[in-house]
Write a protein that binds this ligand. Structure first.
Ligand SMILES: CC(C)(COP(=O)(O)OP(=O)(O)OC[C@H]1O[C@@H](n2cnc3c(N)ncnc32)[C@H](O)[C@@H]1OP(=O)(O)O)[C@@H](O)C(=O)NCCC(=O)NCCS
Length: 168
């Protein structure tokens, strides 16, 4: 095969800001599935964001209002395969990973590591020196993923969630 033919098989990966309006249905589908993976059903998703998840894009818009890079889609050849939503505490030293999500058919191929690298870069640039996230105990795959990326469990009393942190 001539050298210059290889590129047409290459998968072009990129991050772009999530558009609350244009990406609304994709954002809702990703977030609903994330809740199902984390909690076993979408009951809490519907409670938090409405019966059709219609409030979720508004929440994404609020995160992006802090920093346009705080809500991003990972795209592969232009198609969204992942979502990262970030936040920053008022004191700014603590960044929050609200959501990491990779579409089911693309899991287990290392794409989650790209979300993690992105989150650390963006939160560090925004002034955070540590980052925090919460994960449900039943989401063992995500916990293994976070530990492999260097996140550590930090004790938090009286919480049904596992709290994890990493230095940036
Ligand atoms: C957690 C998540 C972001 C990790 O991203 P990823 O690209 O799959 O990460 P990796 O490729 O490093 O794989 C992580 C682990 O999941 C396993 N895995 C991935 N896809 C899988 C699948 N479809 N079925 C079973 N295991 C799978 C991998 O083998 C790996 O396990 P290992 O650590 O024992 O080797 C992704 O799995 C995801 O979006 N899950 C659903 C949403 C979610 O739970 N988000 C986190 C909420 S706190």
């Amino acid at each position: 095969m001539p050298d210059d033919e290889g590129h047409k098989y290459a998968q072009a990966l990129a991050f772009r800001p999530a558009c609350p309006r244009g990406d609304a249905s994709r954002l809702i589908a990703f977030a609903r599935d994330l809740y199902v993976e984390s909690l076993g059903s979408d009951t809490e998703f519907r409670r938090d964001y409405g019966a059709h998840g219609q409030k979720f894009p508004l929440w994404v818009a609020a995160c992006a209002a802090t920093d346009p890079d705080f809500a991003a889609l990972l795209t592969e050849n232009g198609m969204a395969i992942g979502l990262v939503v970030l936040g920053l505490s008022r004191r700014k030293a603590l960044g929050h990973v609200h959501h990491f999500y990779i579409a089911p058919e693309r899991r287990g191929q290392g794409f989650g590591g790209l979300l993690d690298n992105y989150a650390r870069r963006v939160l560090g640039r925004a002034g955070a020196s540590r980052a925090r996230l919460n994960v449900t105990p039943r989401n063992e795959r995500a916990i293994r993923f976070y530990l492999a990326q260097g996140w550590q469990k930090t004790p938090r009393a009286a919480s049904r969630l596992i709290n994890m942190e990493v230095a940036l």
